[in-house]
Ligand binder design. Sequence first.
Ligand SMILES: Cc1cc2nc3c(=O)[nH]c(=O)nc-3n(C[C@H](O)[C@H](O)[C@H](O)COP(=O)(O)O)c2cc1C
Length: 279
Amino acid sequence: MNLYGLMMKRRSVRNFEDKKIPEDVVQQLLDVVTNAPSGGNIQPISVIVVQDADARKELARMVGDQPWVKNAPLSLIFCIDFYRIKKWASMFETDFKGEKAFLPCLIAYADLMCSAQNVVILAQGHGLGSVYIGTILDVIDRARKYFTIPKYVLPMMVLSIGYPKSAPKNIPKLKRDVIAHRERYTILSDDEIKKAFEEKYGKFEENVERYFQRAFVEVVEADKQQNEGWMDSFKEEMKKLNIKNNAQFLFKLRYPSDTMIRMNESLIRSFKNAGFDFF
Ligand SMILES: Cc1cc2nc3c(=O)[nH]c(=O)nc-3n(C[C@H](O)[C@H](O)[C@H](O)COP(=O)(O)O)c2cc1C
């Protein structure tokens, strides 16, 4: 398959075979982490390779009981790492103060995601599947403690990797011309915006079950793997909140904006605990 075909077929995989990834493949995945683009080629990142069964279990628990994190034979924890570079600078009579400035942190996060996405693509070329786990951001302090991560190092993203047992189909995406603007930004009309999202998600009212399959694959998969009635509790909550459309589902229930704003506080605290202080 050509690269375009491979990338268009990529899906986040949450159902993994119980099968180890050969060490030479793991090493290649780590090589493409190292070889990714990096602002100024400073490479202020580190990756923690998690394969031990107990550590996988603990990581899965930490990130909100996501069963695929435990089942994946390999998880990579991508960290912004200013520790190494600060130490190096200090040994040569200069200072690196990235932890006090927002810009180096933004660039380090971009570096980190370039590295992570290199892994996603190479992994797929090896017949592996992967899924990002962003909820590590909710538990930075706990992750730093368990994985003995020093000051000036922030775990920012997890990528869980393994051989797929199954992968979701029909994940809805916005159309190319909604996202791509040629030469200048084109403001869409209200109707065009409504249509763009309706084409993406389908009609919310038609069939809630199908809506979940398309728009909330994580909870459908978690329900299958853990059978803890996650979907039922979401459906109940939907009734309680009188959710009537896609936008309300996303921003009243799944990612409520007020909750996100409240989470500023704990995120800033975790950054400060790690020595990052530009707020
Ligand atoms: C920043 C980021 C954070 C994510 N966090 C999670 C997560 O915590 N758990 C999970 O199961 N999937 C997570 N995902 C995967 C998304 O749910 C997935 O990319 C999305 O549903 C689209 O599906 P696709 O990757 O198959 O295109 C995350 C993806 C990104 C880019």
